[in-house]
Design a protein around this ligand. Structure first.
Ligand code: PMP
Length: 353
């Protein structure tokens, strides 16, 4: 750290993304990526767009906007495109929170929320999940702050229904409710249909998971036109060219290749069921997941030990050194072969090998 860094950033602990080790080839079940490559059509459009990289990209992503409006059943003025959904989440902290305008989120949720808050000088309050790791809706009525809810939640995978989200949105008419739907395509109920009726709802989505596009960095915010224009004010004051031409083109391809999307989602849901069954057969408690990962704990081995031993055996999962969840590991739902490799590694660990 240099002596020039501001005090706020000096004391900030930056977000630690999941490991992307390069030392050897791992069975990589630690960052909730999709194990399947992006749609070949999306890749083709990205390659074509590469030929025009001498020109700036379209800051309004007009072609993508048109295709997305059709795909999601919304209007162009109800969307903003960003560099991954992390960016639209950060824009929301910048636009709707600040000194005297706190943020509110669960104690166990996406680890980037408190980092955004601290970076942006936003005070925040964490509301504990229930003992069974659920969001209790009544805790969020009149919450006196901008609410951030991942739904399905991460790292638990547990989801609220649309009706429950609506209760929270209705119960906070003077604050924005941000519903982070990074994992919704794997089985959650989206709040997207509510944006026509509530002017305080922002729904965020990502292409990183269900569209196999984590490396491409594409996110979307959906809300009423007034909220979108607030977010665009932040975007145009930060980086109008936040979505590059290749990514915007690939986004078009990903949305148009519906068959590819549906078959990948079906595969992941099937693999989630078999992963859950195999873990339960090995004595794990697995929280009910609506996402492309499961959060599981085993009574005879701590999350940290399991994570370390699996890593030694070439299987990466995610462990969080955090109160209430130290017993757990988060495991991304991979291919059938990856799940087999994980389960046989766990078997070996249990047998003391
Ligand atoms: N929300 C949640 C709950 C996540 O787990 C992630 C992925 N780390 C994101 C948002 C952001 O994903 P991306 O920036 O790749 O869209």
């Amino acid at each position: 750290m240099s002596k020039y860094l501001t005090e706020r950033l000096g004391t900030l602990e930056a977000y630690v993304p999941g490991e992307q080790p390069q030392d050897k080839k791992y069975v990589k079940l630690n960052t909730n990526e999709c194990p399947f490559p992006p749609s070949p059509f999306a890749s083709r459009l990205a390659r074509q767009a590469a030929a025009g990289l001498n020109l700036y990209c379209d800051p309004e992503c007009r072609t993508l906007t048109e295709v997305a409006a059709d795909a999601f059943g919304v209007r162009a003025d109800q969307m903003i495109f960003t560099n991954g959904s992390d960016e639209v989440l950060d824009f929301a902290f910048i636009a709707f929170c600040g000194e005297g305008a706190p943020a509110v989120f669960p104690d166990i949720t996406y680890g980037f929320y408190p980092v955004f808050a601290k970076k942006d000088g936003v005070p925040y309050r964490e509301i504990p999940l229930t003992a069974d790791y659920r969001v209790r809706v009544s805790d969020y009525i009149g919450a006196k702050g901008t609410i951030f809810l991942a739904n399905p939640n991460a790292p638990t995978g547990v989801a609220l229904t649309r009706t429950e989200i609506e209760e929270i949105v209705k119960g906070n008419p003077d604050n924005v409710v941000v519903v982070d739907e990074a994992y919704v395509d794997f089985g959650g109920e989206s709040a997207l249909p509510l944006i026509d009726r509530y002017d305080n709802l922002l729904v965020t989505r990502t292409f990183s998971k269900s569209y196999s596009f984590a490396g491409g960095r594409l996110g979307i915010g959906f809300a009423c036109p007034a909220l979108i224009s607030d977010l665009k004010k932040v975007k145009y004051s930060t980086n109008p060219y936040n979505v590059n031409s290749m990514t915007a083109a690939a986004g078009v391809g990903a949305l148009l290749d519906k068959e590819y999307f549906e078959s990948n989602i079906a595969a992941i849901r099937g693999n989630r069921a078999s992963l859950t069954a195999s873990l339960e057969a090995l004595g794990f408690d697995v929280l009910p997941s609506s996402a492309n990962f499961v959060f599981a704990k085993c009574s005879d081995i701590s999350g940290e030990i399991l994570y370390k031993k699996l890593k030694e055996k070439g299987v990466l999962v995610r462990y969080f050194d955090k109160e209430r969840i130290r017993a757990f590991v988060r495991i991304t739902v991979g291919t059938a072969e990856e799940i087999e490799a994980l389960i046989s590694a766990i078997n070996e660990i249990k047998e003391g090998k």
